[in-house]
Design a binder for this molecule. Structure first.
Ligand SMILES: O=C(CO)[C@H](O)[C@H](O)COP(=O)(O)O
Ligand SMILES: [Fe+2]
Length: 216
């Protein structure tokens, strides 16, 4: 599987969002972080932003829902234009049923785990998902430090995917930069959410290419 770069626009200059997204057009996806102020202690944005992003880019939208009651809200993010909708395992009432609903709507279904959530319960259900997101920081804020003790879960998911020859992406999210990306890659990640390391660079378009080079 080719490694994918999914820039998180959380820490971009949102007053110039269309320009920021244009700058990362050589990436593979746009990662949109939805936070509700309950599941995480921060509030970001919702359906209208996903619709707006869909209106200014051809890149697939990868929506990361850090919200309570994803069973109720996640389908709206497919309708809004997301290609991938990732919800948290900890927050969902019926995660398998929700993943099936998202797929039935034509989207890819992702499941995310906080750093402290064990991976074992999802290993029996990997066929139900297109993407597993292993959080490499506590969800809620961009610009945090990468937690290397989460990489054991990346290895465990990747091993299970390989053993069963499944087509499931392993995404890491949080604190990924030019240094930490090597550890995540070695552990088996193949989809890299990169936020502040891209958007704090002098030229994010050049930085995307630098990450592409590292992953090649
Ligand atoms: O889900 C997230 C935070 O909860 C963001 O996607 C993540 O933090 C990306 O930003 P950075 O690369 O700056 O850590
Ligand atoms: Fe995210």
């Amino acid at each position: 599987m080719n490694a994918k770069i999914s820039p998180s626009i959380l820490n971009s200059d949102i007053a110039h969002l269309a320009d920021e997204i244009e700058a990362i057009s050589a990436a593979d996806r746009v990662h949109v972080d939805v936070m509700d102020g309950h599941f995480v202690p921060n509030l970001s944005w919702g359906v209208p932003i996903v619709q707006a992003v869909a209106g200014v880019t051809e890149l697939p939208i990868d929506t990361h829902l850090m919200i309570e009651a994803p069973d109720r809200w996640a389908p709206d993010y497919v309708t809004a234009g997301s290609t991938v909708v990732t919800f948290h395992w900890e927050a969902a009432t019926a995660p398998i049923r929700l993943a099936r609903e998202l797929r039935n709507m034509g989207a890819k279904a992702g499941v995310a785990l906080r750093p402290g959530t064990p991976v074992e319960p999802i290993l029996d259900h990997l066929e139900e998902f297109d993407l597993v997101l292993i959080m490499t920081v506590e969800p809620g804020f961009g610009g945090q430090k990468f937690l290397p003790n989460t990489l054991g879960k990346v290895r465990a998911v990747k091993n299970a995917i390989r053993e069963r020859n499944l087509d499931v992406e392993v995404q890491v999210d949080g604190g990924v930069n030019r240094e930490t990306i090597h550890e995540a890659l070695a552990a088996g990640a193949d989809n890299f959410v990169i936020g502040s390391a891209l958007f704090s660079a002098e030229d994010p378009s050049v930085e995307v290419l630098a990450f592409r080079e590292i992953l090649s």
